[in-house]
Write a protein that binds this ligand. Structure first.
Ligand SMILES: Cc1cc2nc3c(=O)[nH]c(=O)nc-3n(C[C@H](O)[C@H](O)[C@H](O)COP(=O)(O)OP(=O)(O)OC[C@H]3O[C@@H](n4cnc5c(N)ncnc54)[C@H](O)[C@@H]3O)c2cc1C
Ligand code: SF4
Length: 542
């Protein structure tokens, strides 16, 4: 894949659109030294904090701290991924002659937190100033805001230019509208960045090919063998460290296969474009037991760490279509996930935080069922999704949204309980992308800011899109009574309980019309059945 970042040239060049004077000698003075901080999800050579770097005087600070590994109990693979990718990135910088002050997790004196490590590093290097790219998470931004006081030095926070839309660009779009819809934002982004456009028109004549992207996977479909990346010596060393330090965390390490360098991330992109993308659209919503990856990209971890840029990924997909190697429904569907959803959720996060984190529009209060951590449930769909999560730190979007998310929604799990779970268990989980997906899409805690209706579904949806139900102990066709699929009675009980809040939603008109034909006795029976199931869930979850 030739579509790489311009690597070294970019590293040592000023930011696009700025002169060297903006960040170089004449601004900071000839003997000014800069401590440039690179956080664990900022592993891009074109990071704004590195622009204008002077290898003769500047130091790059990278820190492994226990606090970041444990503020939620992250999946062990996720911690290995971040630390190994950081170590490889530090090596790449050193190869380019950059002086890197790298603080390993087990370094003597490591204070275990970002702010205290920044203070210690400022004392070690006595820089004239600190430079950092704006962090991805609100929590870390609050830390960065203290660094000038803590170090007694000026701190320059630069915008993160690795997205299509800046925070301000999204806020400007959002504040001009009463209702926010991803599709509208996405079309603006397509026009603005000229992706999948033929002049002023969308390629192929339509903006959206979603209707073609909901196929069930035929049983005989031959699935591609997806490229994985066996751990190298650095990753193996980190694995041992993580087992030692975070051994009690969720998840297994045996199947670790994520790319931890830019070179491998580009290989993963190539593999997806060649083997996943052509059928990505058709089977985007399909689920299959024993086949965790299907035609999905498996690129979110590399994108979120900064090993790949969203622009190069979208351009590579577009090029595949233009050269006849992938159909438009697949390519448009894929581009929409990145240029649309990924940018949109980031905008929602930064526009609405910190208040967004506390949303609970449906007043849900249940504790997270214990089986989310153990996988011990006889519901086969949940067992498959949680099993893949433990094994690979991965489950694809529909498993997250329509299995684990749908169950949490129907069972009334408290939004923050399920949100912390998603943040912990996926290799790609970073709060700015995970939180709006969970609170907004999966459990409707934001009351419709992200999605126009809750993604609530009965077992019929899971049966239509998967092969799970055929060998589940429950009968998906049975709506009530012993052996019936819990998703069925939980779905109707959810709609009954939330009638005051949701029955006015036009997109739920059909199920509420159906409910309107039910007798009070029937409603009471469904509620009792759901309650008895949920009580047992709570009993197993002290
Ligand atoms: C409850 C819930 C939690 C989620 N948490 C995360 C998270 O922590 N981190 C994360 O990156 N994605 C998250 N997603 C979105 C999506 O599920 C993952 O991006 C995707 O499954 C990653 O696998 P993939 O790379 O194979 O993606 P594919 O399905 O192949 O999609 C291609 C790319 O599009 C982007 N993308 C797709 N859907 C979304 C979306 N809804 N929001 C943002 N980007 C998207 C990702 O970068 C992904 O790599 C979440 C979705 C849900 C429903
Ligand atoms: S029958 Fe119900 S519980 Fe079992 S796999 Fe299907 S949807 Fe899941």
């Amino acid at each position: 894949m030739g579509a790489g970042l311009g690597e070294c040239e970019i590293l040592l060049a000023p930011l696009p659109g700025r002169s060297a004077a903006d960040h170089g000698d004449s601004e900071y003075g000839p003997r000014m030294s800069v401590l440039r901080i690179v956080l664990g999800d900022q592993l891009s050579l074109d990071l704004s904090a590195l622009a204008g770097l002077d290898p003769g005087r500047d130091t790059v600070l990278m820190m492994e701290v226990a606090e970041e590994g444990s503020y939620v109990a992250h999946h062990k693979q996720k911690i290995v991924l971040v630390l190994s990718a950081m170590r490889h990135f530090a090596d790449e910088l050193r190869l380019r002659g950059v002086s890197v002050d790298y603080v390993p997790l087990d370094a003597p004196g490591n204070s275990g937190a970002l702010t205290s490590e920044v203070r210690r590093a400022a004392a070690r290097h006595s820089p004239d100033r600190l430079v950092v790219t704006e962090p991805g998470e609100w929590r870390v931004q609050a830390m960065v805001e203290t660094w000038a006081a803590v170090t007694g030095r000026p701190v320059e926070v630069r915008p993160d230019t690795r997205f299509f839309a800046s925070r301000a660009r999204f806020a400007g779009w959002a504040l001009a509208r009463r209702a926010w819809r991803m599709e509208h934002f996405y079309r603006e982004m397509r026009r603005e960045h000229g992706i999948l456009m033929d002049g002023a028109q969308p390629a192929g004549g339509a903006w959206n090919y979603d209707a073609a992207n909901r196929k069930r996977l035929p049983a005989q479909t031959v699935l591609p063998v997806r490229r994985r990346f066996p751990p190298d010596a650095t990753t193996r060393e980190v694995m041992a460290l993580v087992e030692h330090t975070f051994g009690h965390h969720f998840g297994e390490l045996a199947e670790f296969g994520w790319p931890v360098t830019r070179a491998d991330a580009l290989r993963a992109l190539d593999d997806f474009i060649a083997h996943g993308l052509p059928a990505f659209g058709d089977y985007q919503d399909a689920m299959k037991a024993e086949a965790p990856f299907l035609f999905h990209a498996l690129l979110a971890p590399a994108l979120n760490l900064g090993l790949l840029s969203p622009t190069e990924v979208c351009r590579a997909a577009e090029a595949a279509w233009r050269s006849g190697n992938a159909p438009l429904n697949a390519v448009e569907g894929f581009v929409r996930q990145i240029l649309g959803w990924r940018e949109y959720v980031r905008g929602v996060y930064w526009t609405l935080m910190p208040e967004y984190a506390e949303r609970n529009a449906l007043q849900a209060t249940r504790k997270l069922p214990a089986f989310y951590w153990t996988g011990k449930t006889d519901m086969r769909c949940l067992r498959a999704a949680i099993g893949a999560t433990a094994q690979y730190a991965y489950a694809h979007h529909i498993q997250r949204l329509m299995v684990t998310g749908n169950f949490a929604l129907l069972a009334g799990v408290a939004p923050r309980e399920i949100e912390r779970w998603y943040l912990a268990v996926y290799a790609d989980a970073f709060e700015w992308v995970e939180m709006p997906n969970t609170l907004g899409m999966a459990v409707f805690a934001d009351g419709g800011q992200m999605a126009s209706k809750p993604y609530a579904a009965s077992g019929a949806y899971i049966d239509r899109m998967s092969d799970y139900c055929a060998s589940c102990v429950y009968d998906v066709k049975q709506k009530t009574g012993p052996g019936s699929c819990p998703f069925n009675y939980l779905y109707w009980a959810f709609l009954i309980r939330q009638r005051d809040r949701l029955s006015g939603n036009l997109r739920l008109a059909m199920p509420y019309r159906t409910l309107g034909t039910w007798t009070r006795v029937r409603e009471t029976a469904i509620l009792a059945e759901a309650d008895s199931f949920l009580e047992k869930l709570d009993e197993n979850n002290p």
